[in-house]
Design a binder for this molecule. Structure first.
Ligand code: ZN
Length: 472
């Protein structure tokens, strides 16, 4: 099967030019002006952008949390990703306490088998080194293509690890070349503040934010940075939401330390006041870190422009408002934390980043595809458009109007963070390894088309699929 995409504006992190892209089997075979190639199918991309498929390094599909399970499983979550132009993501395996890492991997891969619509990899979230998993076993994961370890510095009594565990995992990462990811919030201090708020009868959704002040994020971010520097590992701070954590990351990066940070789409658009919406409407915006005071939004735009933060992910962790979020109707601490977002990252960044003049198109591509592919061992197979790369491509119509709404999105969640937002610019055709995933607002491919990707280590290149297969 071959496809010729003709006359589009091909945009990568390095280049922006009018060109044809010729796809043979699953990879990009040639890029050039007016290619004279016979193809099984030609797609006219005149006036359109041709972008690399998005890479989302932060999602939670089919994850147990807070006494319930996220509403999007692998099939519905990845379908919503595909409609938004995201063709690869890295999901979190959450090590069940007392379980070995091997059992955790098997359990999570079982949730994906046969359901995959896009390609995916896994991070390992380490929750327990005293029961099942050991440091020795953890050290074997990078050879299986799981090249990042995640630790929660929050959610005391559930996912949170102590500093000893954090530091020991950092030392293993320094040896194995894995990337350490941290959810940086001071879980002990937050635990105290939550208990005190509830004792005072403060139960509404806004107390989710008021018991997790930005300083608790800043403190944990700085602690993780300093400990990672001592351990000698590479550190990636997930979902940075405020000035208090942007500043220590900026300082570390100025010093040339191996520290990177991401923010998520919602932190540019949803602020603290959303949590104050009446009739438990605020419950929709309970995710962690919480929506912050509005002035942080400019701090985050500056940070992604200046490369203090280098990735925009979604932290897609979808629940129903009616039936799941409402578990915490009378107690904000029982509201499952998380929100949907996989489908709208490109819509929102294009509209309010590029069209509003905050970032360039090439920076958009870097933040949503190229950098996450690079940091998580997927590049250059993913995250760019180059000969030999997987033909994961988005033909994006910059003039196509789209209204974001739960009524039309593909997540199973019953609400959307950006409900009613009108954007100009939307994916028209989405390809995964040369297979048409989405066209004319329909899912064309069948679940099962997506594959598990064995990722390389940070800083190492992931060979083209054919070459890798030939060598195996
Ligand atoms: Zn998350």
């Amino acid at each position: 099967m071959s496809i010729l995409i003709k006359g589009g504006r091909v945009i990568t992190a390095d280049e922006d030019k009018i060109a044809d892209v010729f796809i043979e089997d699953e990879a990009v075979a040639e890029i050039g002006e007016s290619l004279d190639r016979a193809a099984d199918r030609t797609i006219d991309a005149n006036g359109k952008y041709v972008l690399p498929g998005g890479v989302d390094p932060h999602t939670h599909l089919d994850m147990p949390f807070g006494g319930t399970v996220t509403i999007d499983d692998v099939e519905s979550g990845q379908t919503s990703a595909a409609f938004g132009g995201t063709t690869c993501h890295v999901d979190f395996i959450i090590q069940p306490q007392g379980s070995s890492f091997a059992d955790a991997v098997e359990q999570w891969r079982g949730k994906a088998n046969g359901k995959q619509v896009i390609d995916m990899g896994y991070h390992m979230a380490v929750t327990d080194l005293k029961g099942g998993g050991t440091l020795e076993e953890l050290a074997t994961l990078p050879d299986q293509g799981i090249t990042s370890y995640k630790l929660f510095m929050a959610y005391k009594g559930a996912l949170m690890v102590d500093d000893e565990t954090l530091f020991r995992v950092m030392q293993v990462a320094a040896e194995t070349g894995a990337l350490v990811m941290v959810h940086a919030e001071n879980g002990d201090a937050i635990h105290v503040l939550v208990e005190q708020a509830l004792a005072e009868g403060k139960t509404e959704p806004k107390y989710h934010a008021l018991t997790r002040p930005p300083e608790t994020e800043g403190e944990a971010t700085n602690r993780a940075i300093q400990l990672a520097h001592v351990a000698g590992c590479k550190l990636y701070v997930v979902h940075v939401s405020c000035r208090e954590s942007v500043e220590p990351i900026a300082r570390a990066r100025q010093q040339g330390w191996d520290v990177w940070g991401e923010t998520c789409t919602q932190y540019f658009f949803v602020d603290y006041t959303f949590l104050e919406r009446p009739n438990f409407e605020g419950g929709k915006f309970v995710y962690t870190p919480p929506p912050r005071a509005k002035e942080n939004q400019d701090v985050l735009w500056d940070a992604v422009r200046d490369d203090v933060l280098s990735v925009v992910s979604t932290d897609h962790c979808a629940f129903l408002w009616d039936g799941q979020k409402t578990l915490g109707k009378d107690d904000f601490s029982k509201i499952p934390n998380g929100a949907p977002g996989l489908e709208n990252r490109l819509h929102m960044l294009h509209e309010f980043g590029v069209r509003s003049g905050r970032i360039s198109l090439q920076r958009l591509v870097e933040l949503w595809a190229t950098n996450p592919a690079k940091y998580f061992g997927l590049y250059p197979r993913k995250g760019t458009i180059a000969v030999g790369s997987d033909a994961d491509l988005v033909v994006f119509d910059p003039e196509k109007p789209h209204t974001i709404s739960a009524a039309t999105h593909h997540s199973k969640s019953d609400y959307n963070l950006y409900e009613g937002t009108e954007v100009t610019g939307s994916p028209e055709v989405v390809l995964l390894r040369g297979h048409v995933l989405v066209e004319n607002d329909e899912l064309v491919a069948q679940p099962g088309v997506g594959e598990f990707v064995k990722r390389a280590r940070f800083g190492e290149e992931l060979a083209p699929k054919q070459t890798a297969a030939a060598q195996a």
